[in-house]
Design a binder for this molecule. Structure first.
Ligand code: ZN
Length: 299
């Protein structure tokens, strides 16, 4: 059976794994994201070692960004303008390719997770859907007509604007670029900045969650109206608070006010706005699915 490597590259940690076309992980390691040189070498060493046990067919990378996804660009496969210290303008895909001798597929972390959900999870059989992660930041990826969303660069759904009622929520927002963009209002650091306590420590009935559900519902409505996705998958550390799903679903329906006549939105909203079926493995399994595509030459 084929075996592929996958790297879920986050600003805090890297997850490297080996998996097969059935979506089973056969090896996995996690380590902190330090300097680019040290971190990429550690990832490459893991795959070289795994490759001596059983050969690998390709590696996929789902990376934090922004990244360059234009195959004609001289900086294709680079992390470009990230504020993460030391990581701006870092060659990633090419460095892993040279260090392992394997073909490499490369995309954003959220597009990778979306692909994983399409291959083995909550988006199987769908061709137009979105995947979001709400955690340290807010990221969105997905597919339209069966193709991962790219474009000018790639979507940056976390930085859309949603209305903020400054009387109800005087917090100015956590985004270093925009203040109260969506990410600046809903990410983990925003919850902590606004309420003075980490999200994990706030009880289910804390007013933080009403506000969080409100902003996320406003964002979901914008994305529903923009792309007409067949499903919305919401993952990430903040969404592990499963009690957020019912108020988000309720408010999405209320905000749409019956305008979009799809049974998915009216009769089965519980199956329309869902957590990732792959749970915390969506990202690394998605990276493995990117490796599978690279091996087939369909990246
Ligand atoms: Zn922003």
């Amino acid at each position: 059976m084929q075996r592929y490597g996958g790297i879920e590259a986050g600003g805090t940690k890297f997850v490297c794994a080996v998996g097969n076309p059935a979506g089973e992980l056969t090896a996995r390691v996690e380590f902190a994201t330090t300097s680019p040189e040290e971190t990429l070498e550690r990832a490459a060493a893991f795959f070289r070692e795994e490759g001596t046990r059983h050969s690998l067919d390709a590696i996929g990378i789902g990376s934090f960004g922004p990244v360059d996804l234009n195959p004609r660009s001289p900086t294709y496969g680079y992390i470009t303008s990230t504020p993460k210290p030391g990581w701006a303008n870092t060659e990633f895909a090419g460095a892993i390719e040279r260090a392992t001798g394997l073909k490499v597929g490369f995309d954003t972390d959220v597009n990778a997770a979306a692909l994983g959900e399409a291959r083995w999870g909550a988006a199987r059989g769908l061709d137009t859907f979105l995947y979001f992660t709400v955690g340290t930041g807010f990221g969105g990826g997905g597919m339209a007509h069966g193709r991962l969303l790219h474009g000018l660069i790639h979507p940056e759904m976390g930085h859309i604007r949603v209305p903020r009622d400054a009387a109800r929520d005087p917090y100015a927002g956590a985004c270093p670029f925009h203040g109260d963009c969506l990410e600046g209002l809903v990410c983990g650091p925003a919850i902590e900045g606004r309420w003075g306590g980490r999200g994990e420590t706030l009880p289910d009935d804390h007013p933080a969650w009403d506000l969080e559900a409100r902003y996320l519902a406003l964002a979901m409505v914008n994305f529903i109206c923009t792309l007409s996705p067949q499903r919305l998958i919401l993952g990430g550390g903040v969404m592990r608070r499963g009690h957020l799903f019912p108020p988000i679903r309720r408010q999405v329906c209320a905000l749409l006010n019956g305008y979009i006549r799809a049974p998915e939105l009216i009769e089965c909203i519980e199956e329309y706005i869902v957590p990732p079926a792959l749970g915390d493995d969506a990202g690394v399994l998605g990276a493995i699915a990117l490796g599978e595509r690279a091996a087939r030459g369909t990246a």
